[in-house]
Write a protein that binds this ligand. Structure first.
Ligand code: FAD
Ligand code: 2HG
Ligand code: ZN
Length: 476
């Protein structure tokens, strides 16, 4: 149980009574109020299977009005809630800690409109990212974000975590793509910022408060998001590289050779790729190399873009920055290369317990932490890997041990965060703070900034019912 593992005390919320369940049933009907232990269990357990809450109730609203009624009631009764999307979050934010009522948005999955001229998609927050992408592709558009969890994560969850992903480098982060949203405050008030305009400087830009606030300031119910045009030509390169320094040189070269068509620049070290391929029975299209780089282009001319990437490969094989590589525009081949990259996170779970860190660093310091950790942990860890969105300065460090182990934890934390803070990095690049990281947020935010965050929380959720124990550290 999360509460025991992390030694967190239950706050003074009301307990859920039969009368509360009856009220929820009166607004949602019997079927959308889950109370059966087995049915509730998956909503209490996170994707990593390392956080588990004790909720006895899951609610599945179908409309903003229902979310508003639920919150208004919970606020009056001082019942805590945990908003939940696809439950793919990696920092324990999406599951309850104690008996918070889960509000799962999965049934709010309607597409409301798509403006093919502006690219503005308006939909409910429970739409699954991949379904939205499939839909907008039929209209010559793509979603501005893509990530390994696309088949289960919801757009509301993506917005609430300000998810980054595989193409942030090209399409920017969600603060730029979200045109508007609708959210319900803790007291049930509906905040309607659901505009689809590119430009709208009419006072405070309140939508940004909900982007990345991880369900602590409101429940996002609808979103308007800008979708870029479907690229006519997509090309993917997968390269073997000798050293991390060479990856950085290659990145600079890719930016100048590929310019505006560069859509992703990802890296993974040898252990990340070789274990993933082995654990999941996949095929590595090239041989064994110390590092791997994945370079993708999105452009409008297949011949032209393919030539650009192939001549980049040729040039850098001659220079020695690339040891070997493959370039392809065939959808099946591109899919199998992306699949290796996107499966790294899941593949290490079969080896044991995985400690995950998701940090931003100045690129020149990006990989230093991995050899440092290997030395520090010695044979206490089965593997230490580094991979991620190197173009954005965001590395994922995964440390695998046969079983959860407090000694290893004490070697990792706060060490990693201290190292990150020494070079002015961020202790969470894209996954958020959730339940696992509040005690480390001060490595990235000073006390004045944290005070302002607390003031905002107090203003928007005075009873603290929205996703307690998450994001903000306890003051005592
Ligand atoms: P959940 O996990 O259900 O919730 C996440 C947080 O948002 C919780 O705090 C929850 O309370 C809150 N929340 C959810 N929905 C709402 C709502 N409607 N209103 C208010 N609060 C809400 N992240 C990246 O940034 N980049 C990646 O490349 C990436 N890759 C991933 C790959 C895999 C295989 C996995 C498992 C995860 C990955 N993630 C990545 C983590 C990422 O945060 C999530 O996958 C995604 O953004 C969360 O969406 P979700 O719907 O699953 O939200
Ligand atoms: C990715 O980029 C995800 O694959 C997951 O953000 C990273 O699990 C991780 O460490
Ligand atoms: Zn990532």
């Amino acid at each position: 149980l999360s509460a025991e593992k992390y030694n967190v005390k239950r706050k003074n919320y009301a307990n859920v009574h039969n009368s509360d369940i009856n009220y929820f049933k009166s607004i949602l009907g019997e079927e959308r109020v889950l109370t059966d232990k087995d049915e509730v269990m998956p909503f209490n357990t996170d994707w990593l299977r390392s956080c588990r809450g004790q909720s006895q109730v899951v609610l599945k609203p179908k409309s903003t009005e229902e979310v508003s009624q639920i919150l208004s009631y919970c606020n009056k009764k001082c019942l805590a809630v945990c908003p939940q999307g696809g439950n793919t979050g990696l920092v324990g934010g999406s599951v309850p800690v104690y008996d918070e009522i889960v509000i799962n948005l999965m049934l709010m999955n309607k597409i409301i409109s798509l403006d093919e001229i502006s690219g503005a998609l308006v939909c409910e927050s429970g739409c699954v990212l991949e379904n939205l992408d499939t839909y907008v592709r039929e209209h010559n558009l793509i979603m501005p974000l893509d990530l390994g969890a696309k088949g289960s994560c919801q757009i509301g969850g993506n917005i609430s975590t300000n998810a980054g992903g595989l193409r942030l480098l090209r399409y920017g982060n969600l603060h730029g793509s979200v045109l508007g949203l609708e959210a319900v405050k803790a007291d049930g008030t509906v905040i309607d910022c659901l505009r689809s305009l590119k430009k709208d400087n009419t006072g405070y830009h309140l939508k940004h408060l909900f982007i990345g606030s991880e369900g602590t300031l409101g429940v996002v119910t609808k979103v308007a998001i800008h979708c870029p045009v479907l690229p006519k030509a997509v090309t993917l390169g997968f390269f073997g590289v000798k050293s991390f320094e060479n990856i950085l040189e290659l990145y600079n070269s890719a930016k100048s050779s590929l310019g505006e068509i560069l859509s992703a620049f990802e890296m993974a070290d040898n252990t990340a790729i070789t274990h993933t391929v082995k654990n999941l029975n996949l095929t590595n299209p090239i041989a064994d190399y110390p590092f791997y780089v994945l370079v993708e282009t999105h452009g409008s001319n297949e011949v032209h873009d393919g030539e650009k990437l192939s001549s980049f490969l040729e040039k850098e094989m001659q220079s020695g920055l690339i040891l070997d590589g493959t370039v392809t525009s065939e959808p099946a081949k591109m899919h199998s290369i992306w699949n290796i990259r996107e499966s790294i996170a899941a593949s290490f779970l079969v080896e044991g317990y995985v400690f995950k860190y998701d940090v931003s660093l100045p690129q020149k310091h990006y990989y230093e932490i991995v050899p440092k950790l290997k030395q520090r942990l010695g044979d206490k860890a089965s593997s230490v890997i580094g991979y991620g969105h190197v173009g954005d300065g965001n590395i994922h460090i995964n440390v695998t041990v046969p079983q959860y182990n407090k000694e290893v934890l004490s070697l990792l934390e706060p060490f990693i965060f201290e190292e990150v803070s020494k070079v002015k990095g961020s202790v969470s690049a894209e996954h958020g703070i959730g339940f696992r990281k509040p005690q480390f947020i001060h490595f990235s935010k000073d006390s004045t900034t944290l005070d302002l965050m607390r003031d905002l929380k107090q203003l928007m959720d005075p009873n603290g019912i929205l996703n307690p124990y998450k994001v903000l550290p306890d003051t005592n």
